[in-house]
Design a protein around this ligand. Structure first.
Ligand code: FUL
Length: 648
C-alpha cells in the first residue's frame, strides 16, 4: 500500500473514532471495508490447541519414588516400600500451585523407574505394594479430586521409558503402556494435558535383566496411535510432545523460549534448536510449552532448599516464556511429607501476589481505539479492548501493514504492553513495532517478530504517553488482533533464601578451598550452578582434585556433586570419584570410590553416601576421568550431609 493511501486511511479512521460509532459505517463503506471474516492463513490450531493457548501457566508436580531415594532418575529396582509420604496433602499442593498463579497440575503418574502412583492393574511395581495407606492409596485420584475442588485443571505425565518393566523394548510392554494410559484417561475425570517424556538412557533393571535396551522411539512407540488413543478417550487433552502431538518442547529445561517463538513447525521429527524458535510458515501447528523447575531438580531434595528460585527469577521466567506466547509448565516438587515445602510456598505466594496485582487492571480500558484501516464493524479497533479473545480487529485483505492506535486517558502510566493475535486464523503478522507518542513525537519502544497467542513487552521504566500504537511492519495476511492491553507492573516482595529445612544438609558456602588442581575452584561452593569450575579432562596419571576445609570437625556422612547444567560442547562432568577425609589435613583415609550413575546425560546432583558417618574436618575429592570424551572437566557444585542421603 502506498504511503499517501495509508495517510488518508489513518486520518479517516481517527475522525471516525472521534465522532463515535454512527460514523463508522459510511467511512468503512468509503474505503471498501469487508464485512466477512478474513480467511485463515497457513497452519491453524485445532479447537483443542486453541483452548490450550489460553491456559498460560500450570504446574508440573514431580512426586514419585525419586522423592524418597533422593534421585532424579531411579533405576527401576527400588523397593515399593520406600514410597511412604508421612503427611500427604493434595489440597496443600494444589493450593500452593494456585497461589503461584497456576491454573492446573500435571502429575507424574509414573516416572522412568516405572513406579505407578495409582491403583493400576498393569504392574505390581506400584503404590499397592507400598506401606502408604496400607497399599490402598491413589495419589492420582487424590490430586485429581483436589484440582476439581480448587477449580484447577488436571493432567498426567506417563513416562514411556520404564526401567522396571521386564518387557520394555518389546511389544508386550506397549500393551501395558496403552493399558496404563487407558486407566489414566478413563478413571480420573477430564484431563487437559497428557505428557510423554522423550528421555531414554537405555540401561535399567527391566525385571532383573539389568541391561541396556535401545529402541527406535518413533517406530517402537508408534506415537500417532498413542496420540489417537488419548484423543479418543480425552478429546480435550493436549499431548506433549513427539511429532504428531498437540504441543512441542521448548528445547531446554531453563525456561527460555525463543524470541521469536513461532507456534508453527515443519512436518519433521522434533529438532531442539528449531523447537526453541519454531518456523515462520511451518506447515504444522505445534506450539510451545516451556517446562522448568522452581528448583534445580525435578524432584524434591532437601539440599536444594537453598536453591529455590526467587520471586524475581520467576518474573524473568514469565518474561521469557508466557510473555513470548508459550505456556509455562512450572515444576513444584512435593517433599517426603507429600507437601510443597514452605520456602517454595513463600516464593509462589510472593510471585502470584505480584502477578495478580499487576494484571488486576487493564489500563487501556476506556482508551479510544482507532486504526489506519478497518475491515468492518464486526472487526472494529475497539474489539482489542473488550477482554474477549474471540473478537478481533482486522483490516481489509489487501492491507497487510495497518496501524492500531489507542488514545489514552491523561496520566495513564504503564510499563507492560500486551497484544495478541486471533490464532484460529493462523499466524498473520510477521514483524511489528510498538510506538508511543510523547510530547507530540512518536517514539519506537520495541520492534519484534511474532505476536502469537500473546506478546508482553516490558519497558525499562513506566511511561505515560498520550497515545500508543501497534504498527504492523510485515505480514502475510491482514492482521487479526484480539487484544491490546496495558499494565503497571508490581514487583514481588523479596523472599530471603534459606539453607535447608533439613538440618543434616551442610551449608557448604562456609567451606573453603584449601587446594585444587585448577584455579576458580571456589565456584563449586557458591550455591550457584551457573558458575562452573573448569580444567583439562583428567586421567588416572594426571587426576583432578580439590581439598575442602569444612570449617569445623563434623560427622560427615557423604558428599554431593552437581554437574554443569548447561550443555557444553567441549566439557563433561567427572565419570567417577575417590572421596577421602582427614582430621588434620595431613593424614587421609579413603571413604568411598565409584562412578556417578548416568551423570553425563541426567545432569543432576549426585549424592554419594559413605558406608558410615565419620568425623572429618577436611574432604578431598579426586577425579580420574571425564564422563564423556571431552577436553574439559566441568563441576558446578560440591556439598555435604550429616546423615546418609540417597538410597537407604
Ligand atoms: C525429562 C526427564 O528425564 C526428567 O526426569 C523430568 O521428568 C523432565 C520433565 O523431563 O526428560
Amino acid at each position: 500500500m502506498d504511503v499517501s493511501r495509508r495517510r488518508f486511511l489513518a486520518s479517516s479512521a481517527v475522525a471516525t473514532a472521534a465522532t463515535g460509532a454512527i460514523a463508522v459505517a459510511p467511512v468503512q463503506a468509503a474505503i471498501g471495508a469487508q464485512a466477512t471474516a478474513p480467511k485463515p492463513y497457513g497452519a491453524v490450531p485445532s479447537a483443542r490447541q486453541w483452548r490450550w493457548h489460553g491456559h498460560e501457566a500450570y504446574a508440573f508436580v514431580h512426586f514419585a519414588m525419586n522423592t524418597f531415594t533422593d534421585k532424579e532418575w531411579g533405576y527401576g529396582d527400588e523397593d515399593p516400600k520406600l514410597f511412604d509420604p508421612t503427611d500427604f496433602d493434595a489440597d496443600q499442593i494444589v493450593a500452593a500451585a494456585k497461589t503461584g498463579g497456576m491454573r492446573g497440575i500435571i502429575l507424574t503418574a509414573k516416572h522412568h523407574d516405572g513406579f505407578c502412583l495409582w491403583q493400576t492393574q498393569t504392574t505390581a511395581h506400584s503404590i499397592r505394594n507400598s506401606p502408604y495407606k496400607q497399599g490402598k492409596g491413589d495419589i492420582v485420584a487424590d490430586v485429581a479430586a483436589a484440582c476439581r475442588r480448587a477449580g484447577m485443571m488436571f493432567g498426567v505425565y506417563l513416562s514411556p521409558w520404564d526401567r522396571n518393566h521386564a518387557e520394555y523394548g518389546r511389544p508386550a510392554y506397549l500393551d501395558c503402556y496403552r493399558q496404563q494410559l487407558t486407566e489414566l484417561c478413563t478413571r480420573y475425570g477430564k484431563l487437559f494435558e497428557v505428557w510423554f517424556d522423550g528421555a531414554n538412557g537405555g540401561d535399567g533393571y527391566y525385571g532383573g535383566a539389568r541391561e541396556t535396551r535401545h529402541i527406535d522411539a518413533p517406530k517402537y512407540y508408534d506415537w500417532p496411535a498413542i496420540v489417537k488413543l488419548v484423543h479418543e478417550l480425552q478429546p480435550d487433552a493436549c499431548t506433549f510432545d513427539p511429532l504428531g502431538a498437540d504441543i512441542r518442547w521448548v528445547g531446554n529445561e531453563d525456561g527460555v523460549a525463543g524470541d521469536p517463538c513461532w507456534p508453527t513447525m515443519p512436518n519433521k521429527p522434533y529438532d531442539q534448536t528449531l523447537g526453541n524458535s519454531g518456523l515462520r510458515g511451518g506447515e504444522l501447528w505445534w506450539p510451545t510449552e516451556t517446562n522448568v523447575s522452581i528448583r534445580p531438580g525435578w524432584f524434591y531434595h532437601a539440599d536444594e532448599d537453598a536453591k529455590v528460585k526467587s520471586p524475581e527469577r520467576l518474573v524473568r521466567l514469565f518474561d521469557e516464556s508466557i510473555a513470548r506466547g508459550t505456556n509455562l509448565n512450572l515444576n513444584l516438587p512435593p517433599d517426603r511429607r507429600g507437601r510443597i515445602a514452605d520456602q517454595d510456598v513463600r516464593v509462589l505466594k510472593s510471585f502470584g501476589d505480584a502477578m495478580r496485582a499487576t494484571f488486576a487492571r487493564d489500563l487501556a480500558k476506556g482508551a479510544l481505539a482507532h486504526a489506519s484501516a478497518t475491515r468492518g464493524s464486526s472487526f472494529a479497533p475497539a474489539l482489542v479492548l473488550d477482554g474477549n479473545r474471540e473478537t478481533y480487529w482486522s483490516s481489509p485483505d489487501a492491507d497487510l501493514t495497518p496501524t492500531l492506535t489507542l488514545d489514552l486517558a491523561p496520566g495513564t502510566r504503564f510499563d507492560l504492553i500486551r497484544i495478541g493475535e486471533y490464532l484460529p486464523l493462523g499466524v498473520r503478522v510477521t514483524r511489528f513495532a510498538i510506538e508511543a507518542q510523547m510530547n507530540g513525537d512518536w517514539k519506537r519502544l520495541a520492534e519484534k517478530e511474532c505476536i502469537g497467542a500473546q506478546r508482553i513487552i516490558r519497558l525499562p521504566e513506566p511511561i505515560a504517553p498520550r497515545r500508543i500504537r501497534l504498527v504492523v511492519l510485515d505480514g502475510t495476511a491482514c492482521p487479526a488482533i484480539n487484544q491490546f492491553s496495558l499494565y503497571a507492573s508490581v514487583r514481588p516482595a523479596a523472599v530471603p533464601a534459606i539453607v535447608s529445612s533439613d538440618p543434616s544438609v551442610i551449608d557448604a558456602s562456609r567451606w573453603r578451598v584449601m587446594a585444587a588442581t585448577a584455579p576458580g575452584a571456589e565456584a563449586v561452593l557458591d550455591n550457584d550452578s551457573a558458575t562452573i569450575w573448569l580444567q583439562p579432562s583428567p586421567t588416572a596419571a594426571r587426576p583432578a582434585h580439590i581439598t575442602l576445609d569444612l570449617g569445623a570437625q563434623l560427622d560427615l556422612a557423604g558428599f554431593s556433586l552437581t554437574p554443569a547444567r548447561q550443555v557444553m560442547q567441549d566439557a563433561a562432568p567427572p565419570k567417577g570419584y575417590i572421596a577421602e577425609t582427614s582430621l588434620d589435613g595431613k593424614d587421609w583415609t579413603r571413604r568411598t570410590a565409584g562412578e556417578f550413575g548416568n551423570i553425563a546425560y541426567a545432569l543432576a546432583t549426585q549424592r554419594i553416601a559413605f558406608p558410615a558417618a565419620v568425623p572429618a574436618r577436611y574432604l578431598r575429592l579426586t577425579f580420574e576421568a571425564s564422563a564423556l570424551p571431552k577436553t574439559t572437566l566441568a563441576i558446578a557444585g560440591i556439598g555435604g550431609f550429616l546423615k546418609p542421603r540417597g538410597r537407604p
